[in-house]
Design a protein around this ligand. Structure first.
Ligand code: ATP
Ligand code: MG
Length: 256
């Protein structure tokens, strides 16, 4: 199962992705956490120690490797559409916790909509082909906004979870994401409300979208930022967000 977590900047994508990964890993799933945001900070949201995460090499920086696998050295005007990728996961992921590996995608060349630049093709192939077993889970923490969807970097996922705050700007971005996701053929798209202050804000989010399921909500909790500032792991806290994300995980298991 491959899930991409998207939404407007700062809505809580990495926070949700980090906790979801940790929950699945403790349940015995093999989890691949993918940091697909050029401004990578999923390692931190996972609670992965800096000593460990600082050793990660972003895949997109491995230019020589990409060139080699894409056949660019042979002929610059032609590159393979199905480069060999299946051996790369062990080399370029780091095991942060038991059952949980982290891969960092790094900066992807921004070629605009429909860009078939070698880097994008390589990364798409990489993430399309690495999964393995039906029981394994890949969770991608996406870059904010919609550009990555027009580049197709998430076109191979089984489901998209859009994180929404109770505000019009976040709702508008979510609507653009929904449209683009349907356009690229992803039909399993779900919403998660975050930073909710009052219960009626859950209705506001729900009523703003027709035909898209809101699979859970997370209340605003200032302890979350405090833990983050202190560098403490959110997953190891007993804050309500852990139960709230676990409920989201239950929904995902039922529908995917
Ligand atoms: N429910 C919540 N209550 C309070 N603070 C929260 C909550 N969820 C997330 N935050 C805080 O909001 C900030 C942004 O969260 P996060 O980094 O997860 O968002 P993001 O969508 O990944 O951001 P970006 O677009 O920059 O990648 C963080 O400081 C995080 O601790
Ligand atoms: Mg983030």
């Amino acid at each position: 199962m491959k899930i991409a977590i998207t939404g407007k900047g700062g809505v809580g994508k990495s926070t949700l992705a980090g906790i979801l990964c940790r929950i699945y890993a403790t349940q015995g799933y093999k989890v691949l956490a993918v940091d697909a945001d050029p401004d990578a900070n999923l390692a931190n949201a996972l609670g992965c120690l800096p000593e460990i995460s600082s050793n990660i090499k972003p895949i997109s920086h491995l230019r020589e490797l990409i060139n080699d696998r894409m056949g660019i050295k042979v002929d610059k005007s032609f590159f393979k559409l199905n480069p060999k990728v299946d051996d790369l996961l062990d080399k370029y992921s780091i095991e942060c916790f038991e059952n949980l590996k982290l891969v960092v995608m790094g900066e992807v060349k921004k070629g605009g909509a429909g860009c078939y630049c070698p880097e994008n093709t390589f990364l798409k192939n990489f993430f399309s082909h690495i999964l393995i077993d039906q029981k394994d889970i890949m969770i991608m923490d996406m870059e904010a906004g919609i550009e990555h969807l027009s580049r197709g970097t998430a076109s191979f996922v089984d489901a998209i979870v859009v994180v929404v705050e109770p505000g019009q700007r976040s709702i508008q971005t979510a609507k653009s994401i929904l449209k683009l996701s349907y356009d690229i053929g992803i039909s399993k798209i779900y919403l998660v409300g975050n930073k909710i202050f009052r219960k009626d804000q859950i209705c506001l989010i729900n009523n703003s979208f027709v035909g898209v399921k809101l699979i859970g909500s997370i209340f605003y909790d200032q302890e979350i930022s405090i833990l983050e500032q202190e560098g403490n792991s959110l997953f190891d806290s007993n804050l309500p967000i852990i139960k709230e994300v676990d409920n989201i995980r239950l929904f995902l298991e039922d529908i995917i």
